[in-house]
Design a protein around this ligand. Structure first.
Ligand SMILES: Nc1ncnc2c1ncn2[C@@H]1O[C@H](COP(=O)(O)OP(=O)(O)O)[C@@H](O)[C@H]1O
Ligand SMILES: [Mg+2]
Length: 256
């Protein structure tokens, strides 16, 4: 079964074809990397899959279900979660509260029980906090759980955003450049987190420029260039593909 199927997806901004007839599939349980030079259309593709942008043509299926014109929040409800290229943490909330914010809508007790702080709601809140703490621990941030998230470095904010998406219990996680701005230690934490996510059975589609991170962890790589999908394969196949080398280094690289 495929977690995601993108078929003939097309989107233009004015005269620019940001996404040009793109088709690929993300198999369930895979860690698929989406790579390509700046401006290739990677973020646009995420925005189209989550219906943040309206597509000009094509279709997106999530575990076989056509996403049609569902709203972004309906798509999140179905279990397709994403993070943004620029981390979006909530101001005025601690790191822990930020992680927990992802799952509040999933609590079984309603908003009223939460508000009245009924015993069942309290127990559920504690369970959620424990899972949030475990996730922060996994990415090496448990020491900062009570610190305002906005005061943490960008790298930490990005990890918090991944933890938040995870706590919501996704079936597919879209990560837009999660390693950008991370130092070496944080990148190692991220790669540990990615493996844990994958081992937990959650499918991942990740936009990433850090090639060693991609090559170590991805089972499949999809390459975009100028809005078009130019190659799909294993990391090894992709590294040897002349079209990919040309897209990254220019035609001269092939001759040289
Ligand atoms: N909201 C937008 N309005 C106009 N042009 C956009 C918009 N978003 C993206 N683009 C254009 O689409 C192309 C692909 O951009 P993007 O998807 O951000 O690339 P990537 O994430 O691969 O770097 C670029 O030419 C960019 O300028
Ligand atoms: Mg981008």
């Amino acid at each position: 079964m495929n977690a995601l199927e993108v078929e003939h997806l097309t989107k233009s901004f004015g005269g620019v074809r940001a996404t040009n007839d793109v088709s690929f599939a993300v198999p369930e349980g895979s860690l698929t990397a989406l790579i390509g030079p700046n401006g290739a259309g990677k973020t646009t593709l995420f925005n189209l899959v989550t219906n943040l942008f309206r597509r000009d043509g094509g279709a997106v299926r999530f575990f076989g279900q056509d996403l049609g014109d569902r709203t972004p929040s309906e798509i999140a409800e179905l279990g397709l979660m994403r993070t943004f290229q620029t981390a979006r943490v909530f101001p005025g909330m601690t790191a822990l509260e930020n992680v927990m914010a992802g799952a509040h809508r999933k609590l079984k007790r309603g908003a009223l029980a939460q508000m009245l702080w009924l015993p069942g709601a309290r127990a559920e809140e504690r369970r959620l906090a424990r899972r949030a703490e475990a996730l922060l621990d996994l990415v090496g941030l448990s020491a900062f759980r009570d610190i305002a998230a906005t005061s943490l470095p960008m790298g930490a904010q990005k990890l918090i955003e991944v933890c938040r998406a995870l706590l919501a219990g996704p079936r597919l996680l879209l990560l837009d450049e999660p390693a950008a701005g991370l130092n070496d230690t944080e990148t190692a934490e991220l790669s540990r987190l990615l493996r844990a996510i994958r081992d937990g059975g959650i499918t991942i589609l990740i936009v990433e420029h850090n090639m060693s991170l991609v090559m170590d962890s991805a089972s499949q790589v999809v390459v975009l260039d100028l809005g078009a999908c130019i190659a799909t394969g294993t990391p090894r196949q992709i590294l040897a593909d002349p079209r990919v080398i040309e897209a990254y280094l220019g035609p001269a690289a092939e001759v040289a």
